[in-house]
Design a protein around this ligand. Structure first.
Ligand code: ADP
Ligand code: ADP
Length: 225
C-alpha cells in the first residue's frame, strides 16, 4: 500500500485555480520531489497533504485512510517549514522533544530517542545548547530531527534548503540523502531547484500552473530519448 495517495485533487481559492486534478503516489521509503516554478501550486499541494488546507475536491490517503477533514495534528505527517519554526527560547533537545511530549512519550523514552536522533543528524552532545547558539545549517538539521523523531509515515519538506548558501545547500543535500538511507524514512520534498530535485529524488512530480506536467523517476523524465 502506498504511504501517500493523492487522487484527483483540486484546490480553488476564490478565482484562482491553484491545483487542478492532481494524482500521484508516494511509496514507503521513497524520496519524492514536487518541482515547479513559483506559483505552480507546490506549497498548496504540500499544505493539503499536511492538513493546513482542504482540497476543493479529491481525496488524500495516508496509509490507505482518507485524511480529508482530519486535522493536521492527527495526521501521520510532520512538516519541516522553510523558516524552520524552531522555538528560540528552548534548547536543542527541548525543541526535538516537543512533539514527543505532546504524544505522551515518557521521559526515559524521550531521552533515548533524542540521543539517537542527535546522532543521526550528527549533533551528538548539543542537546543542552540554546537554539540561537546553533548555525543555520545546524538549525536545519535540528528541524529535521524534530520531524524524524516522531516517526511519522511521511515527512513533508517545504523548500528547506532555499535559504541556505550554495555550499551549505550542497552539504544539506548530502545530509538528507544519508539520513534517508540510514532511516528509510519517506520524504515529500517541495522545491523549485531542479538540480537538487534531480540529484536527491527517487521520483519527481513536475507541476506547472497547477497541473502535473510529468511524473516518474528522474531517468524517466530526463533520459528518455
Ligand atoms: P508555489 O508553491 O508553487 O509557489 P502556491 O501553491 O503557493 O505555488 O500557489 C499556487 C497559486 O495559488 C498561485 O497562483 C497563488 O497565488 C495561489 N494561492 C496560494 N495560496 C493562496 C491563498 N491562500 N489565497 C489565494 N490564492 C492563493
Ligand atoms: P521536562 O520539561 O520534562 O523536565 P526538560 O525541559 O528538562 O524536560 O527537557 C525536555 C526534553 O529534552 C526531555 O524529554 C528531556 O529528557 C530531554 N533532554 C534534555 N536535555 C537533553 C540532552 N542533553 N540530551 C538528550 N535529551 C535531553
Amino acid at each position: 500500500m502506498s504511504v501517500l495517495q493523492v487522487e484527483n485533487v483540486r484546490k480553488e481559492y476564490d478565482d484562482v485555480l491553484a491545483v487542478e486534478d492532481a494524482s500521484f503516489t508516494v511509496e514507503d521509503g521513497e524520496f519524492v520531489s514536487i518541482l515547479g516554478p513559483s506559483g505552480s501550486g507546490k506549497s498548496t499541494m504540500l499544505r493539503m497533504v499536511a492538513g493546513f488546507e482542504s482540497p476543493t475536491s479529491g481525496d488524500i490517503r495516508i496509509n490507505g485512510e482518507n485524511v480529508v477533514g482530519v486535522p493536521s495534528f492527527e495526521r501521520d505527517t510532520n512538516m519541516v517549514f522553510q523558516n524552520l519554526a524552531l522555538f528560540p527560547h528552548l534548547t536543542v533537545a527541548e525543541n526535538i522533544a516537543f512533539g514527543l511530549k505532546r504524544r505522551g512519550v515518557g521521559r526515559e523514552e524521550r531521552e533515548k530517542r533524542i540521543e539517537d536522533i542527535l546522532e543521526v543528524v550528527e549533533l551528538s552532545g548539543y542537546g543542552d545548547r540554546d537554539i540561537d547558539q546553533m548555525s543555520g545549517g545546524e538549525q536545519q538539521r535540528i528541524a529535521l530531527a524534530r520531524a524524524i523523531v516522531n516517526e511519522p509515515s511521511i515527512i513533508l519538506l517545504d523548500e528547506p534548503l532555499a535559504s541556505l548558501d550554495r555550499k551549505l545547500r550542497q552539504h544539506m543535500k548530502f545530509e538528507l540523502q544519508r539520513i534517508q538511507e540510514e532511516t528509510g524514512i519517506t520524504f515529500l520534498y517541495v522545491t523549485h531547484d531542479q538540480e537538487v530535485a534531480m540529484s536527491i529524488s527517487d521520483r519527481m512530480v513536475i507541476l506547472n500552473e497547477g497541473q502535473i506536467e510529468q511524473k516518474g523517476s528522474v531517468q524517466d523524465i530526463y533520459d528518455r530519448p
